[in-house]
Each structure stands twice: as C-alpha cells, then as structure tokens.
Design a protein around this ligand. Structure first.
Ligand code: FES
Ligand code: FES
Length: 167
C-alpha cells in the first residue's frame, strides 16, 4: 500500500474527452468533485448534489450519468465526456451548441452543461425525436430560469442539423 493509499486517497485514472487524466480520490469522493477539484474541469456544474437537478450530467462510457451520484473511484478506466469536449476539433460550436446559441436557449447558463450532455446522449440514440420525446429526455434536467421552450426548440433544431450533416 502506498503512502497516499494509507492516507485514504487512491489513484484514479480515466480518459476525459479522449485524453488520459489521473488524480487521487478518497473512496467517497464524488465524480463531480473529482472532475472539478482534482482535474480542474469546472465545466461540469454542481447543484443539488443528490441526483435531482441534472446539472452535473456527464457521459460515462456513452451513457448520461449524474456525476454527483457516482464515486470517482468507480470511474477508473472509463471513457468520460464532459462539456469541455463538446466543441468541434477546430474549436467551433457543435451542432447542439450552435442550436442553443441561435435559439437563445440559455439565460444564466447554470443548467446548460448538463442539458447539453443529456441531449448529446439522447440525440445519439434518437436522431429524429418528437418534441414530446425531447421533453421526456430532459425531464431530469431542471432549469431554474425556466427557459424550457427555447431549450426544446434548440434540441429540435440540433437534431435536424445533425441529420442533415449525416446525410
Ligand atoms: S448536482 Fe447532480 S443531480 Fe443535482
Ligand atoms: S439557464 Fe439558468 S438554470 Fe437554466
């Protein structure tokens, strides 16, 4: 056992947006706190910290996950995607980000990283959704500014743009 392990912190390594990262976490450290405080990836926000608001949503091995409900040590070896990895390789907006920009689909922006990560996963498995399906997909993401109409419209526009891009 290393000195660090004896001190109650264990090494954690995973890929973050395609790049290897590592740090140390106590067994009960949340993935959200590890991302923000150990790695410095502060794009993932934290709100309720008990799985209700959705602002901490990231993708773990392709699935949208609330990072406040997962321990950092559980992420060992995983592929994790956060808002920091959403833009295109040249730094331009992804279709989702562009649609949010065009629709003014954010006010304070606090919920936005979690909303975008949830939608990223959802549109990956349902590229041609109805508005009702978008609303259900976002039912776990709370926007305290309540701009839901624009968020749903942006999701519909992004889905169309992604379909047209694929075609
Ligand atoms: S901070 Fe994770 S769901 Fe609210
Ligand atoms: S834009 Fe403010 S919480 Fe959603």
């Amino acid at each position: 056992m290393t000195k660090m392990e004896r001190a109650g912190r264990y090494p954690v390594e995973f890929n973050l947006n395609g790049e290897p990262v590592d740090g140390f976490a106590s067994p009960r450290m949340l993935l959200s706190d590890f991302l923000r405080h150990e790695i410095g990836a502060t794009g993932t926000h934290v709100g309720c910290e008990h799985g209700v608001c959705g602002v901490c949503t990231v993708k773990v091995d392709g699935k949208a996950v609330r990072s406040c409900l997962m321990f950092a040590v559980q992420a060992e070896g995983a592929e994790i995607e956060t808002i920091e990895g959403m833009a295109e390789a040249d730094g331009s907006f992804s279709a989702l980000q562009e649609a949010f920009h065009q629709n003014f689909a954010l006010q304070c922006g606090y919920c936005t990283p979690g909303v975008l990560m949830s939608l990223s996963e959802f549109l990956g498995r349902n590229p041609d959704p109805t508005e009702d399906e978008v609303k259900v997909a976002l039912s776990g993401n709370i926007c305290r500014c309540t701009g839901y109409h624009e968020i749903v419209q942006a999701a519909m526009d992004a889905a169309k743009a992604i379909r047209e891009g694929a075609a």
